[in-house]
Design a protein around this ligand. Structure first.
Ligand SMILES: [Zn+2]
Length: 100
């Protein structure tokens, strides 16, 4: 009887972890029931690597955005640093000609 409780425990843990990672909760519930800690470990590993991929993708996206926004020029009136696409200086409000 105790083994059944353990099997159900791993089933619930695997299913819960899987659904929190956006995976099939029912599938991992069944897998957890029959394979116990193996399914739980597997879903935790899969979930972590998936989350890692998303984080890396977001970092790459941020790097691209920063690169695009980092095109700066100097205001001829106040010599403050401003975006190359700006039509007006954000420091002294001098009208400028945008470069791109
Ligand atoms: Zn200026």
């Amino acid at each position: 009887m105790e083994i059944l409780v353990l099997m159900l425990l791993f089933a619930v843990l695997s299913g819960g972890a899987a659904s929190s990672y956006g995976r099939s909760g029912f599938l991992w519930f069944v897998l957890g029931f029959f394979t116990g800690p193996i399914a739980l470990l597997l879903v935790l590993m899969l979930g972590k690597s998936g989350a890692q991929r998303i984080i890396e993708e977001q970092r790459a996206q941020e790097a691209r955005t920063t690169k695009a926004a980092s095109k700066m020029k100097q205001c001829p009136a106040c010599f403050g640093e401003i975006d190359a696409r700006a039509t007006i200086c954000r420091h002294c409000r001098t009208p400028l000609e945008p470069e791109a």
